[in-house]
Design a protein around this ligand. Structure first.
Ligand SMILES: *Cc1c(COP(=O)(O)O)cnc(C)c1O
Length: 398
């Protein structure tokens, strides 16, 4: 069998836009396809492979744990779960954690917790205010929470209880709050809708509004958390403390995991009110502990910050050279490059030929989300590849 892509077209549900390569191997910031071609990976498992592909610390933890204990259910105490719980609580402003298996489950769980809080402490308030352009996951409730009609329209009628208001506008949140509101849920930077960085002071203003109304602030840090923006958590940039955060993507260095964390005052679940068969299993948590410990011990968040600045400098230089570039924005190693026209898809395709994996986050924008331990040499190589692709596009008059 060698035509894997034909197999996909025949057997898999046709819901993904896939690049026409079949990846068979990864190491660090590089992957190889089934023809042996090498690529520099600035997608990194969709901001998941925080330490690159098959990082030795993660491989070792997974291999050892797989031979020791993989799954027990939460009917019992297990050690990797509790070690990772302690590590995350000790390094955040949150007091308790719940583990699940994906980002969607984390935001869904956070909203359930906020509704419990509303029932117990806010006279039954249940509505959650979210932002337009947000992305919080794919369950029916989370597409309802996500303020993007492309995820919602195929599935109407949607579960109720979510109000989508304009992002980066604290007043819009203030106006939307009623006695039915139990929480506001926001991404510190909107990832999926284009790396939208809000104005400085936005989260601070929202925190104040939530405090005045006595409601919870949930930050969805699934994409921004665990070092991606140059701090361990993106809330650290804003000088505020959220009541609840959600995590997933980069948390276990590539192994599926999700989590939500809450302040003691918001940790209101009673026995039996939430659960998960696989959530917090020893295998995923051992990977999470190894990845987190490596990130903390080796100052990987700081590396993401400095390499993010280095990448931004490289992109600014490309802007001077190539008139089709509008500009770049982002924070740490979550970065976007805007074009003046909708050429992002073509550029991604050409970069693929050139041996560089990128994401077209919008018709006119590329997203960069490389491993957090990326080196200057890899960034130089990526910029050089992008430079030659842009030069070629310009000479064709695109
Ligand atoms: C990716 C993402 C999710 C969904 O995570 P899944 O693991 O795909 O379910 C939710 N919120 C944000 C901000 C994300 O980036």
């Amino acid at each position: 069998m060698d035509n894997w892509q034909e197999l996909e077209h025949k057997y898999y549900m046709q819901t993904f836009y896939r690049a026409p390569i079949t990846i068979v191997k990864g190491q660090g910031a590089k992957v190889w396809d089934d023809k042996g071609k090498e690529y520099l990976d600035f997608v990194a498992g969709w901001a998941v492979n925080s330490l690159g592909h098959c990082h030795p610390a993660v491989v070792k933890a997974v291999s050892e744990q797989a031979g020791t204990l993989i799954q027990t259910s939460n009917n019992f105490y297990t050690i990797p779960q509790l070690k990772l719980a302690k590590l995350l609580v000790d390094n955040s402003v949150l007091d308790r954690i719940f583990f699940c298996n994906s980002g969607t489950e984390a935001t869904e769980g956070a909203v359930k917790l906020a509704r419990r809080y509303g029932k117990l402490k806010l006279k039954g308030a249940y509505e959650v205010i979210t932002a337009t352009g947000s992305f919080h996951g794919r369950t029916l409730a989370m597409v309802s929470a996500s303020g993007q009609s492309k995820y919602q329209e195929p599935y109407t009628p949607l579960p109720t209880g979510f109000i989508n208001v304009e992002y980066n506008n604290p007043q819009a949140i203030k106006t939307a709050i009623t006695d039915k509101t139990c929480a506001v849920m926001l991404e510190p930077i909107q990832g999926e809708s284009g790396v939208n960085v809000p104005d400085k002071g936005y989260l601070k203003a929202v925190r104040q509004i939530c405090d005045e109304a006595g409601i919870l602030l949930i930050l969805d840090e699934i994409q921004t958390g665990i070092g991606r923006t140059g701090k361990l958590f993106a809330y650290e940039h804003s000088g505020i403390e959220p009541d609840i955060i959600t995590l997933a993507k980069g948390l276990a260095g590539g192994i599926p995991i999700g989590a939500f964390m809450a302040k003691e005052s918001a940790s209101v679940f009673a026995k039996g009110e939430h659960g998960s068969t696989f959530g917090g299993n020893p295998l995923a948590c051992a990977a999470g502990y190894a990845a987190m410990k490596f990130i903390l011990d080796n100052h990987i968040s700081e590396n993401a910050g400095s390499m993010g600045s280095y990448l931004a400098e490289g992109l600014e230089k490309l802007k001077i050279k190539h008139s089709l570039i509008q500009g770049c924005r982002g924070c740490g190693l979550l970065m976007a490059l805007d074009f003046k026209t909708n050429i992002a898809k073509e550029i991604v395709e050409s970069c693929l030929e050139e041996g560089l994996l990128l994401n077209a986050v919008k018709p006119n924008a590329l997203r960069f989300m490389p491993p957090l331990n990326i080196t200057q040499a890899d960034i130089d190589a990526a910029i050089a590849k992008l430079d030659s692709v842009l030069t070629r596009h310009e000479s064709c008059g695109v």
